[in-house]
Design a protein around this ligand. Structure first.
Ligand code: PLP
Length: 397
């Protein structure tokens, strides 16, 4: 990019900072004209750098991974059986696409594997650069803030119904109609509250969204834990203008392997391959996914147990903690509304000190005081209930 000297001075004087450090924009002079390097992009101060650490023995009930010994045993066997040739050579994806397509009941051409569903969300915003708006319920999964920023999109957040506190899909359609075509994002079930939507509500939204030249993105990270979950999205799958983003982090316990899939119509899938031609999925992640798909029975059993344990956790915490109310959940966690934000913070800190990390959601719109606790196995549920039952909250002052 060529600029005049005046423009450069202007850039140099702009007070961009990164983590408190001024960014220096070095320039070079070539035969009188001043060139600004295209590689000196301003950083956001490492905002998206992951800084999480963990303590030995800590149980993470905040990130909602599938903490189940049966899943762990299956993955251990897969890793032990991994042929080093698969690591010495580039991954071969065809077989997994076929198995996955059969499992999902779609054509292999409509699937795009990604290294987790987050890269899938990033791929979508890169694939449609002219879209500048993301219509979604607010609050929602925080990943969207990041990808909205990266895709130069604005989040057009739609609050829950003020009367019931529940999210209404038709409200997304109404908001869409008030502006230009957009990504319309539904998390089914919702990643903070566990609320899920019925099939007819979703089909009606798909009609509105596709009818307005927009894209309906359905994030099904937690759908495996919803009773009859697949039936809730079956009608809309594969429709042009509808994209399902499905993480395998939660349902198959593959958070650390980094693998997810986008399921859409073949034409859109083809466009996504054009943007991300090399793909980003490792052979190790493919092997873990392939084995999980083949042992679906193991996971069906785990998901059924999670549903049962979710009910136990909700009931037992309501019994032992006066004023705590569990929201109905279709996910592998329970979100409790609690008597005050101070109590939510104190409970979260107490559990943290005991080695259990949970998520304090207090202060998010429609969640003035709330704690989200993931469901692991029954020992963990028992221990969390025991800890909360024995805990006394002493309000400050
Ligand atoms: C709703 C939702 N979508 C996507 C993701 C990211 O999934 P992945 O691990 O596949 O990137 C998460 C992770 O917590 C999530 O809650």
């Amino acid at each position: 990019m060529l600029r005049q000297a005046g423009d450069v001075t202007d850039l140099q004087n702009r007070p961009d900072t990164a983590g408190g450090l001024m960014i220096s924009r070095t320039t070079s002079s070539v035969s009188g004209a001043v060139q600004v390097s295209p590689f000196l992009a301003p950083s956001r101060g490492g905002l998206y750098r992951r800084r999480r650490t963990s303590r030995p023995g800590e149980v993470n009930l905040k990130s909602t991974g599938l903490l189940d010994p049966r899943a762990a045993a299956l993955h251990r066997r897969t890793l032990q059986a991994l042929d080093p040739v698969d690591v010495l050579t580039y991954p071969v994806l065809g077989g997994v696409y076929t198995t996955l397509a059969a499992r999902m009941g779609v054509a292999p051409e409509s699937l795009v594997l990604t290294a987790g569903s987050d890269p899938g969300l990033g791929l979508l915003v890169r694939a449609f650069p002219t879209a500048t708006r993301i219509v979604t319920h607010h609050p929602t999964y925080q990943g969207w803030d990041k990808f909205a920023h990266l895709g130069n999109c604005r989040i057009d957040g739609v609050p829950p119904d003020p009367g019931t506190g529940r999210f209404v899909l038709a409200d997304l359609g109404t908001r869409l109609e008030q502006g230009p075509p957009a990504f319309v994002v539904v998390t089914q079930p919702h990643s903070l509250t566990g609320q899920f939507h019925e099939a007819d509500e979703l089909a009606a939204l798909a009609d509105t969204v596709t009818g307005r030249g927009s894209l309906l993105v359905v994030d099904t990270a937690y759908l495996a834990f919803t009773d009859g979950g697949e039936e809730l999205v079956r009608d809309i799958m594969g429709r042009p203008g509808v994209v399902r983003v499905n993480s395998f982090s939660k349902c198959y316990g593959l958070s650390g392997a980094r693998i997810g899939v986008i399921a859409t119509d073949p034409e859109t899938a083809c466009h996504l391959f054009d943007i991300d031609a090399e793909g980003s999925v490792s052979a190790t992640a493919l092997a873990l996914l392939d084995a999980s798909l083949r042992r679906h029975d193991v996971f069906e059993e785990i998901w059924a147990d999670v549903r049962r344990l979710r009910g136990d956790l909700a009931r037992r915490v309501e019994e032992c903690r006066p004023g705590w109310r569990a929201r109905p959940s279709g996910a592998n966690f329970v979100t409790f509304d609690v008597p005050g934000a101070a109590e939510a913070a104190a409970a979260t800190a107490f559990l943290y000190d005991q080695g259990y990390v949970v998520r304090d959601l207090s202060g998010l719109p429609s969640l003035p005081a709330a704690v989200r606790i993931a469901v692991a196995d029954h020992q963990v549920v028992d221990r969390v209930v025991e800890l909360l039952g024995g805990w006394r909250h002493e309000p400050a002052g």
